[in-house]
Design a protein around this ligand. Structure first.
Ligand SMILES: CC(C)(COP(=O)(O)OP(=O)(O)OC[C@H]1O[C@@H](n2cnc3c(N)ncnc32)[C@H](O)[C@@H]1OP(=O)(O)O)[C@@H](O)C(=O)NCCC(=O)NCCS
Length: 118
């Protein structure tokens, strides 16, 4: 699954670049959407992400593409690799650059929030 996200002024930190918390939210959300589309009868919550590292600044006006791929299926959990690439605002011809990656694990839960097998 792929999804797009525009970086708007309200997403910036006080240095003028993307605030990392928004990146984490979009990555978590994209993994949840993929899990829910792949297994429409299941309800999921996030149990974990990998170690988080930010090595690239993201500018206002960038368009982020989040590519989400299932990488592991367990008893109650499913893990998705989320790779984020960045295209700069109009006027730039540069190709998409990788800016962030993480693996997000979702656990299937029942109506009370207890884990249950997939
Ligand atoms: C999700 C939840 C029901 C899981 O219950 P738990 O008893 O803590 O889970 P367990 O330790 O038994 O692990 C359940 C599964 O998740 C996996 N898991 C647990 N911690 C993990 C981590 N940090 N990274 C990856 N996978 C993880 C386990 O390997 C296991 O997988 P499997 O059943 O497919 O083999 C419970 O932790 C919970 O309710 N967490 C809050 C969820 C939430 O609110 N998320 C939003 C945060 S704001």
């Amino acid at each position: 699954m792929e999804t797009l996200q525009q970086v708007r002024p309200e997403h910036l930190n006080h240095y003028g670049f993307l605030f990392g918390g928004y990146m984490l939210m979009w990555v978590d959300e994209a993994a949840w959407i993929a899990a829910s589309l792949d297994r429409p009868k299941c309800h999921f919550v996030t149990v974990g992400m990998e170690k988080v590292e930010f090595h690239h600044k993201v500018q206002e006006g960038s368009i982020l593409m989040l590519s989400v791929n299932e990488v592991k299926v367990g008893r109650t959990s499913v893990s998705y690799q989320v790779d984020v690439t960045c295209r700069h605002a109009a006027g730039h011809e540069r190709s998409a650059e990788p800016v962030f990656s993480n693996q997000v694990t979702m656990v299937r839960v029942d109506d009370e929030g207890n884990k249950i097998p997939l």
